[in-house]
Write a protein of this length. Structure first.
Length: 253
């Protein structure tokens, strides 16, 4: 492989590659509360479609759902790019805050908002148009950093977790090391912002586990809250108090 001017800022010559001419959440029917910028909406509606798609005011279904067409690349994701038989063009790159990646020959290339497959096609087209003959480009998402969901409430390890490909509600709960069986309620609420409006959808996690309800996929920015059972919580508090009460009991001689 020979490089012009000793770098990849020029042209690449190869016997077999040189150009000739130089990424909705379906749920059971349940009430959706739409939280607008001025507080709770006075209307509640029932929806069987995608979370945030309810026919309520100000809610749009135009946003792309993760997993519907693949993981959508965003800022801070790390991509592994490989060009067959051109190791000089194969490298790991991180998507900048501007949504671009910097590659030899091509310079700044837009990556944010595209799937890995779409980036492959884009790079293949650009390299094939000027530099290589029938380039074979592979793009792999090495690190998922841009799309995250938050889970809190009655789980063993609440926190912020990355979405890797398609992640369902149960998968995110499992990532948080499962529910705290001593205090959890079967009710789980997913909060999502769509076109500036915050929506919420309630799910029965026990029904999902038993196969009686769909396990909905989640999306970038979702907040999952696993509700706490007041009865279970009170019982656990009582158990904590009983040993202490026994220790203070006077000794009978």
């Amino acid at each position: 492989m020979l490089m012009c001017a000793g770098s990849l800022t020029g042209c690449v010559t190869s016997s077999d590659q040189l150009a000739g001419s130089g990424p909705g959440v379906h749920a059971s029917p349940s009430k959706v509360d739409v939280l607008g910028p001025n507080g709770p909406d006075s209307q509640s509606t029932t929806s069987t479609g995608t979370l945030g798609d309810a026919p309520a005011r100000g809610v749009s279904s135009a946003a792309t759902t993760v997993g519907k067409s693949g993981y959508v690349v965003g800022a801070l994701d790390v991509l592994e790019i490989s060009v067959f038989k051109v190791p000089e063009l194969s490298k790991s790159v991180q998507v900048a805050d501007t949504g671009t990646i910097n590659l030899p020959l091509l310079g700044e290339v837009q990556a944010s908002g595209k799937t890995a497959s779409e980036i492959e096609k884009d790079l293949t087209r650009q390299l094939g148009a000027k530099y290589l003959k029938s380039p074979q480009v592979t793009v792999y998402i090495k690190e998922h950093n841009s799309q995250r969901v938050t889970i809190e409430g009655a789980v063993r390890k609440p926190g912020v977790y990355p979405i890797k490909g398609t992640m369902s509600l149960l998968q995110v709960v499992a990532t948080a090391e499962g529910v705290d069986k001593d205090i959890y309620s079967k009710d789980v609420t997913v909060f999502r912002t769509v076109d500036g409006n915050r929506t919420s959808q309630a799910y029965d996690i026990d029904a999902i586990r038993e196969g009686k309800a769909d396990d909905p996929p989640l999306r970038q920015g979702d907040l999952v809250v696993v509700d706490t059972s007041a009865a279970k919580s009170a019982f656990q508090n009582t158990l904590k108090i009983l040993p202490a009460a026994g220790a203070l009991r006077p000794t009978v001689w």
